[in-house]
Design a binder for this molecule. Sequence first.
Ligand SMILES: NC(=O)c1ccc[n+]([C@@H]2O[C@H](COP(=O)([O-])OP(=O)(O)OC[C@H]3O[C@@H](n4cnc5c(N)ncnc54)[C@H](OP(=O)(O)O)[C@@H]3O)[C@@H](O)[C@H]2O)c1
Length: 332
Amino acid sequence: MTRTILVTGAQGFIGRYLVRALCDRGDCRVIGVGRSPGNTTRFTHNIHSGGGERAAPLPDALVPDGPNYAYVATDLSDAAAAARLIAETAPHIVFHLAGSLRDEPFDRLVTNNIAVTRHLCDALAAQGAVLVLGSSGSIYGELGGGGVPLVETGATEPIDLYSATKRTSEDIVRIATRAGGIDGRVARIFNVVGPGQEERHIAGRIASQLTELGVGRRNGVALGPLTAWRDFIDVRDVASALVAIGFAGASDIFYNVASGCETQIATIYDLLVAAAGIADPALTQLPGRGVDIARQVVDVSRVRALGWQPRVDLPQSVDDVMRYYLELETKA
Ligand SMILES: NC(=O)c1ccc[n+]([C@@H]2O[C@H](COP(=O)([O-])OP(=O)(O)OC[C@H]3O[C@@H](n4cnc5c(N)ncnc54)[C@H](OP(=O)(O)O)[C@@H]3O)[C@@H](O)[C@H]2O)c1
């Protein structure tokens, strides 16, 4: 049976990689959803490259092709439009990655993270479809800072409004699942690394600045503290974990999606500096966020029990991020 798979946020960073992974399976019809018009050349966010800011180009490997992929522009904050989309496509699995990221205004966080999730759950009610919500490891907050691994059954303590809205979206999926309308699963995604990523995320921010430094458009790099410890996971491994959760994960609602390894942000910096081939760049220390998480230690046994394992190690992942920028510079 050919299954119909809906991917919300399909032209976003993780969505593009997930669409690729799903299309490569060859056993499903994939429908991507987002508000922006469909395109085959870029992500939905901007990056800095070639001395200016522009839509982040898609790596060649992600250009959607083949007859089993289609894209529909729909604003899921419109409940009626969401309901129409679900009625017309009748998906077996929905990977829900549409949303607003940290630092966006509160009204957008509420609309795109909370209301959109509710609209999808309502539209899917009584269809028995699988809904995989892309949530965030940040919902645990400072927990795990003592080195005790974060487990899905443990407490959550969001420290900012983004994480609070992500946790509420989890609650919406959990409530809809308990009510019996959908088969909900929640992927708590930790720190994602991969070519084309947002510069709000640390590896993209550092790679962008190192590229500018390498071509003489800056004199050094300016970054916040590099002391925090995080769990970094390659975006291709996030995509395969989401697939595993969507296709195989049935025993639990919540899954940590992480590598299971702790890495200091300073290591990401060192790896990127080495990949850029720049000896000892001048580093200006910027102040950190007012409130931040010092350390995260993640238990990934639940997602591993689905047969998933990470395949791209951190040096490779970081190297690919740096190469993405360097190649853009040569094309500029
Ligand atoms: N990247 C990470 O490190 C990370 C870590 C943890 C969790 N997550 C979660 O994973 C998900 C995907 O992250 P990402 O990095 O891929 O984000 P992203 O690049 O910003 O993609 C999200 C997409 O959602 C779409 N969207 C937003 N509001 C929408 C709406 N009302 N209707 C339809 N589409 C809408 C946007 O596309 P349009 O502009 O075309 O609508 C955008 O492309 C998010 O929910 C995020 O919270 C990400």
